[in-house]
Design a protein around this ligand. Structure first.
Ligand SMILES: [Zn+2]
Length: 334
């Protein structure tokens, strides 16, 4: 039996031979817009299913037994498997959804063109992570072409909905699609990150007291209050500004106090990703009026993306964060 290095060299050589094929596959994937519909619902660009339809026959050709199922309505996961020993089974995992392209004027290339300039392939998802999914498939293909039979079971998971919570991969787990080890081909600048932390999303809703902006002088220059006078308004957006400053401090304290030896410092950050301010809390959890600056707003809603370390868990993290919010509320004058 050849030694490990001989096997690695043989696979590497096949990868080199198929270089253009791999680039072509990445490009074909980039050219199918698969924007996560949770961010931008539009069937013309929510084409995750078409990416899976592109990949499935390729996996079949390489001898994978394939399966697709809807992880979310109309949004299929694709799994390919080579049978083998369970005790050394491995999943190569990647997601095929991408985030929206944002403002078109900021793009110098077609975001779904897959243009190659100066040795780089450009387009939404080229790096994160259609390139990674293509690399997983190319690795398996190279193994097959090198005539190597793996002892362990190898699976390729092409999943949907990573960018909005990871519900594609979670659904694969729920279906029992597990293995002894998983390699996720997310971009890390080539660093091997052997552990991964967790993620919590939270919404913080701040309530103030609404009033006409003409009454703001009551807030800034406190007036004498008797029973005939209206109470001054309380601007929820200003409370949110104080809250954001407090979150920043909380984040700094956490990253200083806690880190993981196998991860870079500062992996447990908090991103304030969305903010809505306005008047009247609607049933959908957002202000109903967000167009009138002449109102002292009584609602500010913040959506946070909070990362935690591998040795922490969701429940403890939430409890910590809720305690922080509670403390903020207790110490804020309003
Ligand atoms: Zn990604």
């Amino acid at each position: 039996m050849p030694d490990n290095q001989t096997i690695i060299d043989a696979v590497q050589a096949e990868i080199e031979t198929d270089r253009d094929w791999l680039i072509g596959l990445t490009r074909d994937m980039v050219r199918i817009p698969s924007v996560n519909p949770k961010f931008e619902p539009n069937p013309a660009i929510n084409r995750e299913a078409d990416v899976q339809a592109l990949l499935e026959p390729i996996l079949k050709q390489d001898g994978f037994r394939t399966e697709q199922w809807d992880a979310l309505p109309g949004r299929p996961n694709l799994v390919g498997e080579w049978a083998g020993d369970e005790s050394c089974s491995l999943i190569l995992c990647g997601h095929i959804d991408v985030v929206p392209v944002g403002a078109m004027k900021d793009w110098s290339v077609d975001p779904f063109g897959g243009e190659i300039t100066n040795g780089r392939l450009y387009g939404r998802g080229a790096v994160d992570m259609k390139g990674g999914v293509a690399a997983c498939i190319a690795a398996a293909r190279a193994i097959r072409k090198a005539g190597i039979t793996l002892q362990g079971r190898l699976a390729i998971h092409s999943v949907v909905d990573e960018e909005a919570g990871g519900f594609g991969a979670m659904d694969a787990v729920k279906k029992g699609k597990l293995a002894k080890a998983v390699l996720v081909a997310e971009p890390t600048w080539g660093d091997v990150l052997p552990v991964e932390g967790g993620l919590e999303w939270a919404r913080v809703t701040i309530r103030g007291r609404n009033a006409h902006s003409a009454l703001r002088y009551n807030e800034i220059y406190p007036q004498r209050h008797d029973k005939d006078r209206l109470e001054p308004g309380v601007n929820a957006i200003e409370i949110a500004a104080r809250f954001i400053a407090a979150v920043r401090q909380y984040e700094l304290d956490r990253t200083r106090a806690k880190s993981h030896p196998l991860l870079p410092l500062g992996m447990n950050t908090i991103n304030i990703g969305v903010m809505h301010g306005g008047t009247g809390l609607g049933e959908h959890g957002l202000p109903t009026v967000m167009t009138n600056p002449a109102i002292i707003p009584d609602v500010a809603v913040l959506d946070l993306d909070m990362k935690f370390l591998p040795d922490e868990n969701s429940a403890d993290y939430r409890r910590d964060f809720e305690a922080f919010v509670h403390h903020f509320a207790q110490t804020d004058a309003w």
